[in-house]
Ligand binder design. Sequence first.
Ligand SMILES: NC(=O)c1ccc[n+]([C@@H]2O[C@H](COP(=O)([O-])OP(=O)(O)OC[C@H]3O[C@@H](n4cnc5c(N)ncnc54)[C@H](O)[C@@H]3O)[C@@H](O)[C@H]2O)c1
Length: 312
Amino acid sequence: MQRETAIVTGGAGFIGSHVVDALVADGTQAVVIDDLSTGRAERVAVEGVLEEVDITDRTALDAVIDSARPAAIYHLAAQSSVTVSVKDPSRDCAVNVQGTVNVLEAAKRHGAPVVFASTGGALYGNDAPIPTGEDRIPAPIAPYGASKWAGEAYVLTWSHANGAPHAVCRLGNVYGPRQSPHGEAGVVAIFSHLLWRGESPTLFGHGTPTRDYVHVSDVVAAMLAARGKPGVFNIASGTETDVRTVFEGLRGAARSSVEPKLAALRPGELERSCMNPEHARRELGWRAEVELTEGLADTYRHLVEEFENQAA
Ligand SMILES: NC(=O)c1ccc[n+]([C@@H]2O[C@H](COP(=O)([O-])OP(=O)(O)OC[C@H]3O[C@@H](n4cnc5c(N)ncnc54)[C@H](O)[C@@H]3O)[C@@H](O)[C@H]2O)c1
């Protein structure tokens, strides 16, 4: 019997590489489309195929997708830095909006359902009720939020217009193995790296800002469950956790006594973010399973292995 093929754009990235692992474990042929701008080839499972292609290059993208003839497309490739989006909103728009349209057009030719990785925190803004439901009208405060919102609009429009069951997954603050400590976000990886080096992390907003942390394994399960389910889904824990609690969980895992530095909130950062995952529970039968304290301890162990391997 011929194996089914799925495309994972951004499959050399933090979350995408875990999606690839899950597909491969399930016997699916995974074809990764990634320009390696922040992704790394060694993250892609050996059973996967890596095609180094920029999703804004429509000719190259079409060639890979038409040859793969995918049964589904998990679309995670994105310009995902808020800072870059402010400095270069045109590039942010090109990747997150035009790139998404390119993926949708290719998906249409193959009747492939698309699962799109969007964001919750960057969309809902500061005044949203906590926990925030999907019906809240987005109020992004940076170009990255605007381009993700526009990407969502195209995904939903293509879904309605073409009768294609495309899904939008609005992810909370994802953490887990393979997250880079060198990005601007991803406090779990950043704090882990500093604790491993015996250095003091800085808690912006004096440790009080809250986020909705969700383990990458839960996000992968949600994205696989969302295949063929049209709609918008918050993929989050529904639990509001302040950044000091995350620091303390990781400090415990690191058996460290380092004290954090405290600083004011940086411009553009949200004070509170927490999403209501009820719709995903009802429609996808999904809920976040990994409890934060255990998830942090497990992530710390994995990240330290990665830091040690990279240092060797
Ligand atoms: N990490 C989070 O907490 C979080 C939260 C909300 C939404 N998301 C979304 O989830 C997705 C994955 O995020 P991540 O944290 O794994 O980030 P990541 O940077 O590790 O992964 C993104 C991948 O896309 C690739 N990419 C970027 N531009 C590309 C282009 N033009 N063409 C082809 N590939 C390109 C990168 O090389 C990288 O491998 C993104 O769409 C992001 O917006 C992430």
